[in-house]
Design a protein around this ligand. Sequence first.
Ligand SMILES: NC(=O)c1ccc[n+]([C@@H]2O[C@H](COP(=O)([O-])OP(=O)(O)OC[C@H]3O[C@@H](n4cnc5c(N)ncnc54)[C@H](OP(=O)(O)O)[C@@H]3O)[C@@H](O)[C@H]2O)c1
Length: 337
Amino acid sequence: MDAGFAAGTSIPSVAFGTWTLGGGAQATDYVEQAISVGFSHIDTAQSYRNEEEAGKAIRESGLAREDLYITTKFSGRDGLDIETSIKNSLKFLRFRANGFCTVLLQLGVDYVDLYLIHHPRLATPDIPTAWAKMEKLKQDGLVKSASPTPFIRFEDSPLTFCSARRRSIGVSNFGVPELQILLASAKVKPAANQILLHPYVHARQSPIIEFGNAHGIVSEAYSVLIPLTHQPGGPVDKPVNDIASRLQVKPEQVLLAWAKSKGVVVVTSSTKEERLKGYLAAGDLALTADDVAAIDAAGAKGARRQKVRAFVSRVAVVALAAAVGFGVCGYLGIDLI
Ligand SMILES: NC(=O)c1ccc[n+]([C@@H]2O[C@H](COP(=O)([O-])OP(=O)(O)OC[C@H]3O[C@@H](n4cnc5c(N)ncnc54)[C@H](OP(=O)(O)O)[C@@H]3O)[C@@H](O)[C@H]2O)c1
């Protein structure tokens, strides 16, 4: 089986994601800002509906195509298949048979560096068949020359000379069972598996990272900052804030450094320049083994609390439904016993 990443290729260890940026000029500005502070890895997806805006920022950055690492994802948008979807993601301008041209502003690049299946449920009709289609795309240089439709490319762009071997394929949100099914028939291993990872889910997600490590699949972590953004006030806050105070850094930097300690590529985002600089600087933070262990333990504690809370609310719903049922029966004079 071929390795997911061809020899000589590497993936930048932190990516700027476009999921929450929306569309329009603002999204382009945020991607431009990220590139200008030093992000060289842009993570987008067909379902984010801002590939066009990301592409504009990429083209206007003035950087050579090979200096940027671009990931997009097959999201099953508009019911299109894997191959048509990546063609649409790459498109810039298409000529029609009648001589007119249709402007299809998407990423507007000749290739992406990494194309992921966004979620296992999109691997239809089954994982082996969908993966075989991905392998074909990689073989074709991610449809660079597969389309009968002429594309206008950026003239004199060095990307024209890039080798097809440098493009990688991968998956996202795959668990161990799905990876096992994929590997059983794969000719090319997935280069990467992009998964949810933050301290509150670390215990349940770590087997996926371990499986990836054992099979040469890079794990990419998204939503690492959930303890700050969606679940503040939990047990992770204390160790993160203590470490941040000791190191004189921001809590988000501590969480990103924690993710780095797990050996994953981090996919994050921000609309703020200062924060973005902090994210990049977090790569140099050296957490001690005790720091990492304290965050792990707090994350596990929070996960247990969430389980108990979920159980209690399920019991409460059942009890409420039963009480309503008894009440209705009593009202209708139906004897349940
Ligand atoms: N494959 C998948 O299924 C999948 C799913 C989700 C995400 N992703 C990828 O991962 C990327 C990142 O996802 P994410 O946005 O969930 O990542 P995240 O890194 O957990 O969160 C980024 C957000 O955190 C906020 N933030 C940073 N520091 C903060 C603080 N101290 N207090 C409060 N908020 C703070 C930022 O807001 P400001 O803008 O205010 O700085 C930003 O909106 C996405 O854009 C996407 O590319 C992939």
